[in-house]
Write a protein that binds this ligand. Structure first.
Ligand SMILES: Nc1ncnc2c1ncn2[C@@H]1O[C@H](COP(=O)(O)OP(=O)(O)OP(=O)(O)O)[C@@H](O)[C@H]1O
Ligand SMILES: [Mg+2]
Length: 243
């Protein structure tokens, strides 16, 4: 069974296409990276996967079901960190338990606490459980949100620029934790990233998007200069080593 199958997927806002005629497939267990310039429709694509935006035309199926019709337990979502309110008065553990319950917890039960601590441990963040969210660094907060996304052990992890505020060492262990989860759970990962190096090194397939699907395939193919040029207009200097 295909994990993700988009057929001529089109989304329009106020008549304007934001995603146009997107067709591709991803196999179970694979890691898809989505790259493209600001406003390319990347977050909109994730919202279609999450059932929050309806296709204007075409279709998107996840594990053989129309998106929006899959059990909520199958999907874990890690939001784009810049959209989060850091001043929210809560502890890390409450955030992770809210991912488990799908609503904000009042009193946390013992088993919930244990499950949440396990999820935090998976991303090397168990020591942050009792800290207030406001006191966490950007990278620590991102780990807390990764634990929030993984706590129900989803089949599909959807992430919007998960490493935006994480330093180089933090990134390495973030992607390490993610890879570990993926192989252990045979989960799919769909990640929007502005980091072509990450797409190259971690993904099985890459989609370069700018409203249209510019390219799709193994990283080496999809990230060829000509495709990036087409998507971004120019590609500046690639500062990552491919090999
Ligand atoms: N609800 C909406 N109504 C109208 N236009 C929208 C809506 N959501 C997004 N857009 C527009 O759709 C386009 C794509 O937005 P989207 O957020 O998907 O881009 P993105 O690729 O995630 O960009 P970024 O890299 O900045 O996060 C943008 O022009 C945006 O203004
Ligand atoms: Mg976005």
């Amino acid at each position: 069974m295909r994990a993700i199958e988009a057929k001529n997927l089109t989304v329009r806002f106020d008549g304007q296409p934001v995603l146009r005629d997107i067709t591709f497939q991803v196999e179970e267990g694979d890691f898809l990276a989505i790259v493209g310039p600001n406003g390319a429709g990347k977050s909109t694509f994730l919202k279609v996967m999450l059932g929050l935006v309806k296709p204007s035309a075409g279709s998107l199926h996840l594990y053989g079901k129309p998106c929006g019709a899959i059990p909520p337990d199958w999907v874990g979502y890690v939001p784009q960190i810049k959209t989060l309110d850091r001043s929210f008065p809560a502890q890390t553990i409450e955030l992770v338990v809210s991912g488990l319950r799908r609503r904000w917890p009042g009193r946390i039960k013992k088993e919930e606490r244990e499950t949440a601590i396990r999820a935090l441990g998976q991303v090397d963040a168990a020591h942050l459980a009792e800290r207030s969210l406001a006191s966490l660094s950007g990278g620590e907060l991102q780990r807390a949100y990764l634990a929030f996304g993984l706590v129900r052990r989803p089949r599909l992890v959807i992430m919007d620029e998960p490493a935006a505020s994480v330093d180089v060492v933090g990134k390495k262990s973030l992607y390490g934790a993610l890879e570990e989860y993926r192989s252990e759970a045979n989960a799919n990962i769909v990640m929007v990233t502005h980091d072509w190096g990450v797409a190259h090194h971690h993904a099985d397939c890459v989609m370069v998007l700018n409203c249209n699907m510019i390219s799709f395939g193994p990283p080496r193919e999809a990230l060829r200069d000509e495709h990036l040029q087409k998507a971004y207009g120019h590609i500046g200097h690639k500062i990552f080593a491919y090999e």
